[in-house]
Design a binder for this molecule. Sequence first.
Ligand code: IVH
Length: 671
Amino acid sequence: MVDALQRAAQLRALLSTYSYHYYVLSQPLASDAEFDALYNELRALEVEHPELITPDSPTQRAGSDLTEEWQKVRHAAPILSLSNAYSEEDLHAWEERNLRLLPSGTQLDYTLEPKFDGLTIVLTYENGILTQAATRGNGEVGDEVTPNIRTIRTIPLRIPVHPESPPPPARLVVRGEILYLKRDFEALNQRQIEQEQPVFINARNAASGALKQKDSRITAARPLSAFIYSVVDGEGLTLDRQWDMLEMLRDMGFPTAREAAHFPTLSDIIQQIPMWESRRNALDYEIDGVVIKVNDLSMVRELGVVGKDPRGAVAYKFPAQEAATRLLDVVVSVGRTGRIVPSASLDPVFLGGVTVSSATLHNYDYVKALDIRIGDQVIVKRAGDVIPNVVGPLLAARTGEERAIEPPARCPFCDTPVVRPEGAVDVFCDNVYCPERVYRQVEFFVSRGALDIEGFGSQTVKTLIDKGLIKDEADIFSLTADQLLPLDGFAEKKVQKLLDAIATAKSRPLERVLTALGIDGVGSTIATALANALPSVDLLENAEPETLSSIEGVGEILAQSIYAWFRDPYHLQVLDKLRSAGVTTQGMAREKSSDALAGLTFVLTGTLPTLSRDEAGALIESHGGKVTGSVSKKTSYVLVGDSPGSKAEKAAQLNVPIISESDLLGMLENR
Ligand code: IVH
């Protein structure tokens, strides 16, 4: 029995360390299988000796159905809220008000923290063990949700997580926020769709729902996360600064925001805000602003509270990214590749600083999975530069008058029956002569990212197609002044300018021409890689998928799609017309010194003694060799310098010869 007791304690400690490294630090110490084996051993011990189960046992994260009605708990100290600021002026006014209340000459420094868009949680640890978790409730009394909170992997059941950290106070109450990481929320909704269950429209509400489940096994199946940002009560703890408090929380093993920062003045903080606004969409979690806190906690105490808001902190709120509005109709558009995309025509709504009246519905599978209907109240999201999209319908607001949205049977522009390639989520118009497709393709062909023909706007494209002067993008090169002059608004000067710009575009470099062709998946980066590897349209046209997929950045699927593009008679016809018009179809000849390294593939790692990595790469290529980014069995040599990365290890594992810079130079001399 003593053995079982000791072993259980040992297993709990190991599993908790492994979990912390896995979930909080994202640096696993053990394989999943090792973890599972230890976990199962602990489970077995606990089944045999239930008296060994402790509240901090990792097995308690699985949830149980034993929860009765929520118990009410009175918070150790009021769970305060925050006052809001919306502008720089608001922040200055906040600081000035505070300075007036403090001894003259006081200098304030601040922490800048993300304002997590989740739910407040208050955690109590007694002698290091999580004994209670409660919601904010009305700030004085909250609901006890301990079994549910135990299911959240990033919340330590026992602190400190690292044995070497200082012991926690006998009683520690901390406060934080429960939320879904963006990727977990997306995965959760993906699962809902697969199981034909309604999707969650709003991450915060969904997190709240998961937290308040009566059966904690349901909570356990929901991938909630947590961030802890302050100490509400800590017996015997003397903390002078918010910044130290954050550090202490992190040291104890609590999940804290890596992005939190400390600045000496409010001006520094204000300078940071635009960066936070733009970084907002790149964060793993949703924020609705930032929180600015006076760092000196004795000053925070001195400043006190107004109503429920401490004066020592303020929330700077960002503009909302979501709003509810009515979906009035669905507009169908056809892109240059023939992809048919439904978009929502919306009752205009002010969102993130602009009026939004249309938003994408992605595709008809999405519409169906979310059961979006015309007439629905929908949530629209506009995150930064991303095209606004319809997140989902508000089912509770349905009146029964809503109409289902079906994919069109025929292309709305050319009446060709639509097709749906196997495995695709989209439906397509496969008529290459579809006027809408031609319009979109020509519009793209002349655009800034492609051939960049100045003065060739969308309206001009439309007019030329309507008048029958062009049938595809290659036709623009045979336009004449006689054809253009009779058109409305085309005076002599404008016509000459346009014709000159078209003539100039003929000699754009090959990668531009490849981009302009509009091959699905071939943007400017891939086009450049293609033009470097196979520097002519003829070479590309004759390349096998295997050759194409050996090009940097080109996967098998893309290789197939490029190969198929060059097999389409319509595209070949366009290419012929481009060739006869004198458009660039050859790449610039690159200087080649020799063929000494032909057929050899190199990977570079570490700092070389004389050459820079770029110089070494150029040298290899100029002698016919190839440089790739990662080591595989196909790699001929790994060129290693000082402080090499893992590529040198990989080379050793795969038995790929390792050479030095002087070996390389030797190879060039010897051949
Ligand atoms: S501090 C007295 N810090 O925002 C301290 N709150 O709008 C008050 N929140 O109820 C809270 N991130 O739930 C603080 N880094 C953060 C926060 C944060 C999100 C929430 C908190 C609060 C609400 C106020």
